[in-house]
Design a protein around this ligand. Sequence first.
Ligand SMILES: [Zn+2]
Length: 119
Amino acid sequence: MSNQAKTKFACQICETRSQLADAISAELKAAAQVYHLANHWRSAHETRELSNFQAEDLNKASLDQFAADSAKEADWFTQYQEAIETHRLASETSKQAREQYHARLKAYTDTRIAKGCGC
Ligand SMILES: [Zn+2]
C-alpha cells in the first residue's frame, strides 16, 4: 500500500511533509478496515454460537449449518488478522515518515527562519 510521489518538490521539508500526510491517510484507511472486519468477525462468531446451540437437535441440516457457519467465522477471522497486519505495516511506514519529516524540519524549528522553499 505504498504511495507513489505524485509531485516533485523543490525542498526536502515539503517532500517529507507530503509523504507523512499520505502515510497518515493510509494508516487511517487501514485502521478503518480493521474496525470493519472486526465487526464482521464478531457477527460471524455470534452466528456460529447460535447454530452450535441449534445443532443440539443433531439433525443433518443443523449440523451442516454449524459446519458452514464455522467456515465463515474462520474466513472472517483470517481477513481480520490480515487487516491487522496491513495496519501494522502502515503504522511502521507513518512512524518512519514522521521521524524523517521532523528530522528535516528541525533546522526550521530550531531557528524559526524559513528558507523560501518555492514548493
Ligand atoms: Zn518546500
